[in-house]
Design a protein around this ligand. Structure first.
Ligand code: CAA
Length: 261
């Protein structure tokens, strides 16, 4: 009801679809998002997942109408803003955000969880939670300082001001900026390329880069070395290097994700 789900070749597309509420992230939407991510992750044909919204809004935050009547005990007992939100972080396949329009509050937090952020020129980012009397609850005070540095993160978090796409790119939140009318086309090219690459290695790269935040440099380097050594056992690695030496395009076939690594 709140998202559209469409598989195209090796790519799983998830489109937020609550246009009247600027894709505000109500609980029902987050449950649907969880289920879509479960399906795409289990689907061995899918190599890459795209999260997007409409032209004027990626998502304008958690649903304030839904949240307004809730009490402390309501949210505490149900561990509000956990289900769905944490599912995205646990996703093992690459997740690309294709952002157009508003990505505010919880919408910006979803962007902060994605692996590559492709943004249209009209994209606007920010954490206005303070202006409705609350604060980020899905990682904004934790991921944003790590992504942008403390000075820029606190400037945004403490004022609730909005940041345009150029500032977001300069600050390190956005990977690439594209003209607004080309967002989906550029997104399609990017994800088709990623989805054609060896799935097991994509998962290893994502997992190693993501875990770097919680490891010392030496621990991370050791872990990376083990993972690199492991790739030497993969048929796709053999094919990739053989194809390079034979001066032909590689024919990769592994899109399966590694379980429990
Ligand atoms: N929750 C619920 N409804 C929302 C919403 C939200 N976060 N954002 C927009 N909407 C709704 C509006 O209520 C409005 O609905 P009605 O027509 O029924 O009144 C509709 O979407 C269109 O919004 P506006 O009329 O406000 O559109 P605008 O173009 O004038 O302004 C906007 C756009 C600047 C994004 C403005 O809507 C806005 O400031 N939205 C709220 C942003 C916000 O505070 N987000 C943080 C939420 S808290 C959070 O996210 C906590 C967390 O970390 C998990």
């Amino acid at each position: 009801e709140n998202i559209l789900v469409k598989q195209k070749d090796n790519v799983g597309l998830i489109t937020f679809n609550r246009p009247k509420a600027l894709n505000a992230l109500c609980e029902a939407l987050m449950i649907e998002l969880t289920s879509a991510l479960d399906d795409y992750e289990a689907n061995e044909q899918i190599g890459c997942i795209v999260l997007t919204g409409s032209e004027n809004a990626f998502a304008a935050g958690a649903d304030v109408k839904e949240m307004q009547p809730k009490s402390f005990m309501d949210v505490y007992k149900r561990n509000f803003i956990t289900e769905g939100w944490e599912r995205l972080v646990k996703c093992r396949k690459p997740v690309i955000a294709a952002v157009s329009g508003y990505a505010l509050g919880g919408g910006c937090e979803l962007v902060e969880m994605c692996d590559i952020v492709l943004a249209a020129e009209n994209a606007v980012f920010g954490h206005p939670e303070i202006r409705v009397g609350t604060m980020p609850g899905a990682g904004g005070t934790q991921r944003l300082p790590r992504l942008l540095g403390m000075a820029k993160a606190l400037d945004l978090l403490l004022t609730g001001r909005r940041m345009d796409v150029r500032e977001a790119e300069r600050s390190g939140l956005v990977s690439r900026v594209v003209p607004t009318d080309l967002l989906l086309e550029e997104g399609r090219k990017l994800v088709a390329d990623i989805a054609s690459l060896p799935g097991e290695v994509l998962t290893l790269i994502k997992h190693n880069a993501r875990s770097s935040a919680n490891l010392t440099l030496n621990e991370g380097l050791r872990k990376e070395r083990d993972a690199f050594h492991y790739t030497l056992s993969l048929p796709d690695r053999e094919e990739g290097m053989r194809a390079f030496l034979e001066k032909r395009p590689p024919r990769f076939n592994s899109l399966s994700i590694l379980k429990d690594r």
